[in-house]
Design a protein around this ligand. Structure first.
Ligand code: F6P
Length: 340
């Protein structure tokens, strides 16, 4: 049996643990072909054969040894044809797609075309449905919380308002959990918009009472008055997502101007995704990889591995991508207790 594996979309701590889990748990009868740079490698036929030696000790490394890209092989007919030709040429009996909703949606589409596929949910954003966690998320929250912890002393020393921006396109998971853990005084996430007046009101009250403030903001948060999210609207990727970024700078300027307080902004961005995964993400990635191989050996295709409680299970891939897993109101309400 020959299985092709690939990592697509934004990189994420724990990807190498999944790759190692798959390769190390494969019996001798199974050959693992690693496609380079996600679906791009499938379209361009760039690959490497993965052996036990290639994956030795890689679970502690950030990023992905296979490289990644945001290539959509269904973007053009030419790419789709090339991908299918290469699946045939490489003699792939099955494909394991490790990625977020974009990569998983390509994996699901291949399943509907009759290919034998398995999905592994990855994203620091933690917005894939029907899994308790995606790997990479835990690391991102820890890095975010550590950074916010550090901002307290400098904000307090100077009597400033610091706006800190974290990744999270449609889901505010990283921001709410890092913000809650590190005691941010206001948490702004895409799921629960607020007006500029409300934000300014929080800042004034907090500054009068305590003299400094940390506001944690997800990059996809949009004040109610704005028509669009803040970012480079002209840069759209192969899956139709615009390049986000800048909401912290925007709020720092606007709120600073309206209140007269000394404001600053910090963008954590890709720092949240880089570097070594936490022990949680290493073990979750490893378990996902091993379970994906088990599914392949059983011939149980069209499935996505998922975490339910402390157990690894599998669900139909479409269940993972049908909707985005957003922060529920109950959780946001809990976080609100600590605003101000
Ligand atoms: O992988 C998801 C994500 O982390 C989003 O939160 C963010 O908007 C995006 O990746 C940024 O990706 P890029 O690496 O393309 O700038």
């Amino acid at each position: 049996m020959r299985i092709g594996i690939l990592t697509g979309g934004g990189d994420c701590p724990g990807l190498n643990a999944v790759i190692r889990g798959i390769v190390k748990s494969a019996p001798n009868s199974v050959e693992i072909i690693g496609l380079m740079h996600g679906w791009k490698g499938m379209v361009n036929c760039e690959y490497m054969t993965l052996t036990d030696n290639d994956v030795e000790g890689i679970h502690i490394l950030g990023g992905t040894i296979l490289g990644t890209a945001r290539t959509n092989p269904f973007k053009s007919e030419e790419m789709r044809v090339k991908m299918e030709e290469n699946i045939k040429k490489l003699g792939l009996d099955a494909i394991i797609g490790i990625g977020g909703d974009d990569t998983l949606s390509v994996t699901a589409k291949l399943a509907s075309m009759g290919y034998k596929v398995i999905g592994v949910p990855k994203t620091i954003d933690n917005d894939v449905s029907n899994t308790d966690y995606t790997f990479g998320y835990h690391t991102a929250v820890n890095v975010g919380a550590d950074a916010i912890d550090r901002l307290h002393s400098t904000a307090k020393s100077h009597g400033r308002v610091i706006f800190v921006e974290l990744m999270g396109r449609e889901a505010g998971w990283i921001t709410i959990e890092a913000g809650l853990a590190a005691g941010a005084h206001l948490i702004l996430i895409p799921e629960y918009p607020m007006t500029l007046q409300e934000i300014t009101g929080f800042v004034e009250k907090r500054m009068q009472n305590y003299g400094y403030m940390i506001v944690a903001i997800a990059e996809g948060f949009k004040p109610t008055e704005l028509e669009n999210v803040v970012g480079d609207l002209s840069q759209i990727d192969a899956f139709g997502h615009i390049k986000l970024g800048g909401i912290a700078h925007y709020l720092s300027d606007v709120v600073g101007e309206r209140t007269g307080y000394d404001t600053r902004s910090v963008v954590l961005g890709h720092l949240l995704r880089g570097g070594t995964p936490t022990a949680f993400d290493r073990t979750l990635g490893t378990r996902y990889g091993v379970h994906a191989m088990e599914l392949a050996l059983k011939g149980d295709f069209g499935r996505m591995v998922a975490l339910k409680g402390s157990e690894i299970v599998s669900i139909p891939i479409e269940y993972g991508i049908a909707t985005k897993k957003l922060v529920p109101y109950e959780y946001y309400k809990l976080a609100q207790i600590f605003f101000g």
